[in-house]
Design a protein around this ligand. Structure first.
Ligand SMILES: [Zn+2]
Length: 244
């Protein structure tokens, strides 16, 4: 963890989806309705622990909790009414939320901030979790994705932290290959559905009987693919047939 920055507080600006210059004074980063990430007026270093927070020299985003804390805000929720947050004319967009989550994760990685209830939290969680009194701040005691009906800030916060962790660990999803289908070893005299499959892969008549024609086709395939030309369809021959 950085010695000077150890926390992110997540806010909504109570402004429009495109922030004003006034909005930008209060936060280090703002995410717009179209998912753009903007720098606020003050750099994150202006809130470093150990720095004297003289008025007008740092981003004042959370009462008595600005030292060491990054203010990350959604440009959103202008004229919002607590009773029906979703009815607001600047409710966060999906694009905005996704960019917000990615930016939070990026900041955690850059500053070595662990994603915990104490270190990455919404403004509405500050009083509940850290006991630092705020004046009725409700960003976010609603789900800014507009999905959860809960008004519990910690439950909403847990959901956001989960997404932030996922964004930080995001790696391309690699499909794990399942076990290869097991194929029996087939030879002259074998019969059945697997022989039919073998014949299909060899491109010959599928009579499901491993006779001389099938054996000749297996040998031809083996020779063509630098396999032991024994006329027996074992694992290497099956694998070669299924690749080719
Ligand atoms: Zn706030």
């Amino acid at each position: 963890m950085s010695a000077h920055i150890n926390r992110i507080v997540m806010h909504h600006s109570a402004g429009a989806l495109e922030p004003s210059a006034f909005d930008l004074q209060h936060y280090h980063r703002m995410v717009t309705g179209s998912g753009k990430v903007l720098d606020g007026k003050f750099p994150i270093s202006a809130n470093a622990i150990g720095r004297k927070l003289a008025p007008g020299t740092y981003a004042a985003h959370t009462r008595n909790l600005n030292g060491g804390a990054i203010g990350l805000a959604l440009a959103a929720m202008a004229d919002a009414q607590w009773g029906d947050p979703r009815a607001c004319r600047a409710f966060p967009t999906r694009l905005q939320m996704d960019a917000f989550i990615v930016e939070a994760g990026r900041l955690c990685l850059e500053y070595g901030i662990e994603v915990t209830r104490q270190t990455v939290l919404s403004h509405a969680e500050v009083q509940i979790t850290l006991g630092v009194t705020q004046a009725g701040k409700w960003d976010f005691d609603y789900d800014p994705y507009g999905i959860l009906d809960s008004r519990d800030p910690v439950l909403i916060g847990d959901m956001l932290r989960e997404k932030i962790r996922a964004a930080m660990g995001a790696a391309p999803v690699v499909a794990t290959p399942g076990p290869a289908p097991t194929r029996p070893v087939l030879r002259r005299g074998s019969t059945g559905a697997d022989v039919g499959d073998l014949q299909r892969l060899l491109g010959i008549t599928q009579d499901r009987i491993f006779g001389p024609a099938t054996q000749a086709a297996v040998i031809a395939h083996q020779k063509a693919h630098q396999l032991l030309a024994d006329g027996i369809a074992g694992p290497a021959t099956w694998a070669s047939l299924e690749r080719n």
